[in-house]
Design a protein around this ligand. Structure first.
Ligand code: ACO
Ligand code: KIV
Ligand code: MG
Length: 555
């Protein structure tokens, strides 16, 4: 790749850009959203959607809350035309939703477009022609004046057709390839169209400034938008719309800075489907606003359902790292992230938090229908005790002592590392049970009885390697008595007994769970867990589990 001299910047920075948008810190209210999924998105698909698919998609867009929807390019194909007729004739357009259709500035296409709109209560009719240097020179081979004439002729025909067609029509004009157009020429052509349409406060016109191909860094696009916004005639009666594509990966940034610079309306698609690298992703834009505490006026509370429909009817895939929608965007595999998330969640439970501040999670996954369990803390060899412990606690109600979490964390990581795979919660639970719970070999605990005088005396029935035996011992508590019986009968010494117990609130609520940690003579710490309906028995089982780990290592 050594042809860099082949390339040069092809955009036009406005003269003396004032860049007032830089001083604005954030977007204070949602723009008007216009979905172009069924037009720009559809025209980019390998197999464009059929009638039923477009209908299903339209209904989902309505459910999400879009009030403006570009439903197609009616003159393009029979399916496009029939789709629009179906929406109108079957009365499928809610009263508060305005449909939009696109047309080139060519007489027969404009006439066909208005024909398709017969009977529509209201619609935005969208006219475009290309204005960039490259398109003027190479495609249209026309002067600036001739390009303006194409736009003006279309604009005039719009008025004529609208007058002949019953319905309430709003007009929209796009200088297509705006980002490769000299800024003053873009202004001239928009003003020429506005002169024809004569917008008023009751009948505003939409001027849509597309980054048909994104060519610059976002601050340039924002400066172009600000320039147009400040210099355009009839500005009060113009709705300034933006239509970013994502060629440089900056569609979202273009849209956000463009809004700061004066854009009032955004055209985009769900998950950024669209020509080449796509249109700007409205899910991201809307949820970015949401994350700042600004109501986006779109509802993505069931993103899974939206993705299911989107993938089925477009035959596209939502990338796993796609902001908000991607399967992995809330997932934390790495130990320190999991630990911080688990602590952050706990903090929220324990404190009266007004705002969401959980580390690493920009928004609460639950707000868009994602689950903490399965979507957030996921376990592999990069994970740590915090996340693993959190998962055991959330899903199985097992609240391990801190030091046991550490020991268990390493056990789980080792399995994941060895098997080179992610571990599911059930597999983690199985490892826990296998490693710690009610371990009965080589010593199988059967039952105990106590007598109490000055201290507690016990007789514990066990089987050692299958052979029945009775251990006896005494201590100043029941567990202490059993512990001394085990140590003297088995000849095993340990110290630093750590004990924790709680009721099992997940699953069967009548169970008690105990955890015991002991330090063997060689200094290693061993952990055991006992689960039983009786709390005393659960702690004895926990002790035997820990002792069995020392005993089995001893051979
Ligand atoms: C950036 C965008 O997304 S723009 C929208 C793009 N979407 C689409 O094109 C999808 C739907 N389009 C179609 O189905 C077809 O292109 C149709 C039906 C609209 C037109 O079909 P055709 O006339 O057969 O073909 P085509 O689009 O190639 O026409 C090109 C001609 O239109 C002219 N033209 C293209 N766009 C425009 C326009 N916006 N205004 C006026 N003339 C235009 C070209 O200069 C060319 O002229 P020429 O015949 O003198 O060379
Ligand atoms: C028709 C126009 C608005 C378009 O889709 C674009 O320029 O990308
Ligand atoms: Mg486009």
């Amino acid at each position: 790749m050594n042809n860099v001299e082949k390339y040069a910047r092809g955009y036009f920075m406005p003269p003396k850009p004032s860049m007032k948008w830089v001083e604005k810190e954030y977007i204070t209210e949602a723009p008007t959203w216009c979905s172009v999924d069924l037009r720009d998105g559809n025209q980019a698909l390998v197999v464009p959607m059929n009638l039923e698919e477009k209908l299903e998609y339209f209904q989902m867009l309505v459910k999400i809350g879009f009030k403006e929807i570009e439903v197609g390019f009616p003159a393009a194909s029979e399916t496009e035309f029939t789709f629009l007729r179906t929406l109108i004739e079957q009365n499928l357009i809610p009263d508060d939703v305005t449909i939009q259709v696109l047309t080139q500035s060519r007489e027969h296409i404009i006439r066909k477009t208005f024909e398709s709109l017969k009977g529509a209560k209201s619609a935005v009719v969208h006219l475009y022609n290309s204005t960039s240097v490259a398109q003027r020179e190479q495609v249209f081979k026309k002067s600036k004046e001739e390009i303006i004439a194409i736009a003006v002729a279309g604009a005039k025909l719009f008025k004529e057709c609208a007058a002949e067609t019953e319905g309430n029509f709003k007009f929209q004009y796009s200088p297509e390839s705006f980002t490769g157009t000299e800024i003053d020429f873009a202004l001239d052509i928009c003003n020429a169209v506005l002169d024809v349409w004569q917008p008023t406060s009751d009948n505003k016109v939409i001027i849509n400034l597309p980054a048909t191909v994104s060519m610059s860094m976002p601050h340039v696009y924002a400066s172009q938008i600000e320039y147009m916004s400040e210099h355009m005639n009839y500005r009060d009666n113009v709705i300034l719309s933006l239509h970013p594509h994502n060629d440089r990966g900056s569609g979202v940034a273009d849209a956000e800075l463009g809004i700061l610079a004066g854009g009032q309306r955004i055209e985009g698609t769900l998950f950024g489907n669209g020509e080449r690298t796509g249109n700007v992703d409205i899910v991201t834009l809307a949820l970015n606003l949401y994350s700042h505490g600004v109501d986006p006026k779109l509802d993505f509370s069931n993103i899974t359902e939206i993705i299911e429909m989107y993938e089925r009817v477009t035959r596209m895939k939502v990338n796993e790292r796609q902001p908000y929608g991607g399967k992995l965007v809330f997932a934390a595999f790495s130990g320190s992230h999991q630990d911080a998330i688990a602590k952050g969640m706990k903090w929220r439970e324990d404190n009266d938090c007004q705002h969401w501040t959980v580390p690493y999670l920009l928004i609460d996954p639950k707000d868009i229908g994602r689950e903490y369990e399965g979507d957030v803390i996921r376990i592999n060899s990069q994970s740590g005790k915090g996340g693993i412990g959190y998962l055991l606690e959330q899903k199985y109600g097992l609240d391990l002592p801190a030091r046991m979490r550490e020991s268990f964390g390493y056990a789980v990581k080792n399995v994941s590392d060895r098997e080179q795979k992610e571990l599911q919660p059930e597999e983690i639970y199985d490892i826990f049970v296998r490693e710690y719970v009610n371990i009965a070999a080589p010593v199988q605990f059967l039952n105990y009885r106590f007598t109490e005088h000055d201290d507690f005396q016990t007789v514990v029935k066990v089987k050692v390697n299958g052979e029945a035996r009775e251990f006896t011992g005494a201590g100043n508590g029941r567990l202490d008595a059993i512990s001394s019986a085990i140590q003297s009968e088995l000849g095993i010494r340990y110290s630093n007994l750590i004990y924790k117990e709680h009721a099992l609130t997940v699953g069967s609520s009548s169970q008690a769970v105990s955890y015991i940690g002991i330090t063997a003579e060689d200094g290693t710490e061993q952990w055991g867990c006992g689960i039983d309906v009786d709390i005393m028995t659960s702690s004895v089982k926990a002790l035997f589990s820990a002792v069995n780990k020392i005993a089995s290592q001893r051979g």
